[in-house]
Design a protein around this ligand. Structure first.
Ligand SMILES: [Zn+2]
Length: 228
Protein backbone atom coordinates (compact mmCIF):
# COMPACT_ATOMS: atom_id res chain seq x y z
CA UNK A 1 0.00 0.00 0.00
CA UNK A 2 2.83 2.35 0.88
CA UNK A 3 4.41 2.13 -2.57
CA UNK A 4 1.05 2.73 -4.29
CA UNK A 5 0.40 5.89 -2.31
CA UNK A 6 3.90 7.17 -2.93
CA UNK A 7 3.51 6.57 -6.68
CA UNK A 8 0.28 8.60 -6.61
CA UNK A 9 2.12 11.56 -5.07
CA UNK A 10 5.06 11.18 -7.44
CA UNK A 11 2.80 11.46 -10.47
CA UNK A 12 1.47 14.84 -9.38
CA UNK A 13 2.71 18.26 -10.37
CA UNK A 14 3.64 20.93 -7.83
CA UNK A 15 0.45 22.39 -6.33
CA UNK A 16 -1.74 19.38 -7.10
CA UNK A 17 -3.65 17.32 -4.53
CA UNK A 18 -3.52 13.61 -3.75
CA UNK A 19 -6.09 11.78 -1.63
CA UNK A 20 -3.95 9.62 0.67
CA UNK A 21 -6.63 8.24 2.98
CA UNK A 22 -10.35 8.88 3.23
CA UNK A 23 -9.74 11.86 5.52
CA UNK A 24 -6.24 12.90 4.42
CA UNK A 25 -4.93 14.81 1.41
CA UNK A 26 -1.40 15.87 0.47
CA UNK A 27 -0.41 18.80 -1.74
CA UNK A 28 2.80 18.61 -3.67
CA UNK A 29 5.37 21.29 -2.86
CA UNK A 30 8.37 22.40 -4.94
CA UNK A 31 11.69 20.61 -4.71
CA UNK A 32 13.80 21.59 -1.74
CA UNK A 33 17.40 20.32 -1.63
CA UNK A 34 16.53 17.63 -4.20
CA UNK A 35 13.53 16.30 -2.24
CA UNK A 36 9.97 17.09 -3.22
CA UNK A 37 7.65 17.72 -0.29
CA UNK A 38 4.05 18.05 0.66
CA UNK A 39 1.64 19.82 2.95
CA UNK A 40 -1.49 18.20 4.37
CA UNK A 41 -5.21 18.56 4.91
CA UNK A 42 -7.42 16.47 7.20
CA UNK A 43 -11.22 16.66 7.03
CA UNK A 44 -13.45 15.07 9.61
CA UNK A 45 -17.20 15.71 9.84
CA UNK A 46 -16.87 18.77 7.62
CA UNK A 47 -14.26 20.26 9.98
CA UNK A 48 -10.70 20.50 8.77
CA UNK A 49 -7.17 21.32 9.80
CA UNK A 50 -4.16 22.08 7.64
CA UNK A 51 -0.53 21.21 8.33
CA UNK A 52 2.12 23.48 6.77
CA UNK A 53 -0.30 24.29 3.91
CA UNK A 54 0.40 27.99 3.45
CA UNK A 55 1.96 28.12 -0.02
CA UNK A 56 0.44 30.01 -2.92
CA UNK A 57 1.08 27.02 -5.23
CA UNK A 58 -1.34 24.80 -3.31
CA UNK A 59 -4.03 27.35 -2.45
CA UNK A 60 -6.47 26.51 -5.26
CA UNK A 61 -6.19 22.73 -4.87
CA UNK A 62 -6.90 22.99 -1.15
CA UNK A 63 -9.86 25.30 -1.65
CA UNK A 64 -11.34 22.95 -4.25
CA UNK A 65 -11.26 19.98 -1.85
CA UNK A 66 -12.71 22.01 1.00
CA UNK A 67 -15.55 23.15 -1.23
CA UNK A 68 -16.23 19.68 -2.55
CA UNK A 69 -16.45 18.36 1.01
CA UNK A 70 -18.31 21.39 2.31
CA UNK A 71 -15.61 21.66 4.99
CA UNK A 72 -14.47 24.54 7.18
CA UNK A 73 -10.84 24.94 8.26
CA UNK A 74 -10.51 25.27 12.03
CA UNK A 75 -6.73 25.72 12.29
CA UNK A 76 -3.66 26.08 10.10
CA UNK A 77 -0.83 24.45 12.03
CA UNK A 78 2.82 25.10 11.24
CA UNK A 79 5.28 22.41 12.31
CA UNK A 80 8.00 25.06 12.59
CA UNK A 81 9.01 28.63 11.90
CA UNK A 82 10.55 28.10 8.45
CA UNK A 83 7.00 27.98 7.08
CA UNK A 84 6.49 31.59 8.16
CA UNK A 85 9.01 32.55 5.48
CA UNK A 86 7.07 30.53 2.90
CA UNK A 87 3.62 32.07 3.46
CA UNK A 88 1.97 32.83 0.13
CA UNK A 89 0.99 36.31 1.37
CA UNK A 90 0.69 38.06 4.71
CA UNK A 91 -0.55 35.84 7.52
CA UNK A 92 -3.98 37.47 7.36
CA UNK A 93 -4.15 36.90 3.59
CA UNK A 94 -3.31 33.23 4.03
CA UNK A 95 -5.91 32.94 6.83
CA UNK A 96 -8.48 34.57 4.57
CA UNK A 97 -8.05 31.82 1.96
CA UNK A 98 -9.38 29.41 4.59
CA UNK A 99 -12.25 31.27 6.27
CA UNK A 100 -9.87 33.23 8.52
CA UNK A 101 -8.66 30.21 10.46
CA UNK A 102 -5.76 31.13 12.74
CA UNK A 103 -2.20 30.14 11.84
CA UNK A 104 -0.58 28.40 14.81
CA UNK A 105 3.05 27.73 15.67
CA UNK A 106 5.17 27.05 18.73
CA UNK A 107 6.05 30.29 20.58
CA UNK A 108 9.79 29.57 20.32
CA UNK A 109 9.55 30.02 16.54
CA UNK A 110 7.42 33.16 16.53
CA UNK A 111 9.85 36.05 16.54
CA UNK A 112 7.77 39.10 15.68
CA UNK A 113 4.18 40.31 15.65
CA UNK A 114 3.40 38.77 12.29
CA UNK A 115 -0.07 37.49 13.04
CA UNK A 116 0.96 33.92 13.80
CA UNK A 117 -0.65 32.70 17.02
CA UNK A 118 0.84 30.57 19.78
CA UNK A 119 -0.36 27.01 19.48
CA UNK A 120 -0.26 26.66 23.26
CA UNK A 121 -2.92 29.35 23.63
CA UNK A 122 -5.24 27.67 21.11
CA UNK A 123 -5.41 24.16 22.49
CA UNK A 124 -9.22 24.08 22.26
CA UNK A 125 -8.91 24.13 18.46
CA UNK A 126 -6.67 21.07 18.61
CA UNK A 127 -8.87 19.25 21.10
CA UNK A 128 -11.73 19.23 18.62
CA UNK A 129 -9.69 16.66 16.65
CA UNK A 130 -7.99 15.18 19.71
CA UNK A 131 -4.74 16.44 18.23
CA UNK A 132 -1.64 16.53 20.37
CA UNK A 133 1.66 18.18 19.67
CA UNK A 134 5.08 17.31 20.98
CA UNK A 135 7.83 19.93 21.17
CA UNK A 136 10.99 18.48 19.62
CA UNK A 137 13.13 21.53 18.90
CA UNK A 138 16.30 20.57 17.10
CA UNK A 139 15.67 21.68 13.53
CA UNK A 140 14.39 25.01 14.86
CA UNK A 141 13.86 25.95 18.53
CA UNK A 142 10.08 25.59 18.14
CA UNK A 143 9.84 22.50 15.93
CA UNK A 144 6.89 20.30 16.86
CA UNK A 145 5.40 17.06 15.64
CA UNK A 146 1.64 16.61 15.56
CA UNK A 147 -0.14 13.42 16.55
CA UNK A 148 -3.55 12.58 15.17
CA UNK A 149 -4.36 9.41 17.15
CA UNK A 150 -7.77 8.86 15.53
CA UNK A 151 -6.07 7.92 12.26
CA UNK A 152 -2.66 6.95 13.68
CA UNK A 153 -0.90 9.82 11.91
CA UNK A 154 2.20 11.76 12.87
CA UNK A 155 3.00 14.96 10.98
CA UNK A 156 6.73 15.30 11.47
CA UNK A 157 7.50 18.60 9.75
CA UNK A 158 11.26 18.80 9.36
CA UNK A 159 12.28 16.81 12.44
CA UNK A 160 12.04 13.67 10.31
CA UNK A 161 12.63 13.91 6.58
CA UNK A 162 11.46 11.25 4.13
CA UNK A 163 13.64 9.56 1.53
CA UNK A 164 13.87 11.36 -1.83
CA UNK A 165 11.15 10.33 -4.33
CA UNK A 166 13.75 9.10 -6.80
CA UNK A 167 15.33 6.75 -4.26
CA UNK A 168 14.35 3.15 -3.53
CA UNK A 169 14.46 3.80 0.21
CA UNK A 170 11.44 4.63 2.30
CA UNK A 171 13.00 5.60 5.61
CA UNK A 172 13.40 8.78 7.64
CA UNK A 173 16.44 11.00 8.13
CA UNK A 174 17.14 13.68 10.68
CA UNK A 175 17.54 17.27 9.48
CA UNK A 176 20.49 19.56 9.96
CA UNK A 177 20.06 21.17 13.40
CA UNK A 178 19.80 24.81 14.37
CA UNK A 179 19.57 24.25 18.08
CA UNK A 180 20.15 21.61 20.74
CA UNK A 181 22.35 18.65 20.21
CA UNK A 182 21.89 15.46 18.22
CA UNK A 183 21.15 13.29 21.22
CA UNK A 184 18.07 15.29 22.20
CA UNK A 185 16.29 14.66 18.91
CA UNK A 186 17.35 11.01 18.92
CA UNK A 187 16.00 10.67 22.47
CA UNK A 188 12.72 12.35 21.56
CA UNK A 189 12.13 9.94 18.69
CA UNK A 190 13.33 6.94 20.68
CA UNK A 191 10.95 7.75 23.53
CA UNK A 192 7.87 8.54 21.47
CA UNK A 193 5.03 6.66 23.15
CA UNK A 194 2.61 7.02 20.28
CA UNK A 195 2.77 4.19 17.71
CA UNK A 196 1.72 5.69 14.40
CA UNK A 197 0.52 3.97 11.22
CA UNK A 198 1.99 6.74 9.14
CA UNK A 199 4.65 9.43 9.41
CA UNK A 200 4.04 12.42 7.20
CA UNK A 201 7.09 14.66 6.70
CA UNK A 202 7.26 18.05 5.04
CA UNK A 203 10.04 16.89 2.69
CA UNK A 204 10.56 13.51 1.08
CA UNK A 205 8.37 10.42 0.97
CA UNK A 206 5.85 9.72 3.73
CA UNK A 207 5.94 6.31 5.40
CA UNK A 208 2.75 4.22 5.60
CA UNK A 209 2.06 0.97 7.45
CA UNK A 210 3.06 -0.18 10.91
CA UNK A 211 6.03 -2.30 9.78
CA UNK A 212 7.38 0.37 7.43
CA UNK A 213 7.05 2.99 10.16
CA UNK A 214 8.96 0.80 12.63
CA UNK A 215 11.72 0.26 10.08
CA UNK A 216 11.88 3.98 9.23
CA UNK A 217 12.07 4.94 12.92
CA UNK A 218 14.94 2.52 13.52
CA UNK A 219 16.81 4.23 10.69
CA UNK A 220 15.91 7.69 11.99
CA UNK A 221 17.69 7.26 15.32
CA UNK A 222 20.91 5.81 13.88
CA UNK A 223 23.94 7.97 14.51
CA UNK A 224 24.61 8.83 10.87
CA UNK A 225 21.03 9.19 9.59
CA UNK A 226 21.38 12.89 8.89
CA UNK A 227 20.02 14.36 5.68
CA UNK A 228 22.83 14.98 3.22
ZN1 LIG B 1 12.64 23.58 8.03
Amino acid sequence: MSQEIIKKIENKKVGEAVELLKVLWAFRLPKHRYRYGQSYLVIRDKRAFLVDAVHSETKEAIKAILEKNNATVVAIILTHGHLIGQLGGTSSEVSSWFNNAPILAHPSDITSANGIQEIIKNMELLSEFNLQFEHFGGHTPGSIIIHYPKEGLVFSGDVAIGSPYDSEDNVLDRPPLQSTDETQVIDMWSNMIFEPNAILPLHGKPVFGEENVKHALVHLVKKDSIMK
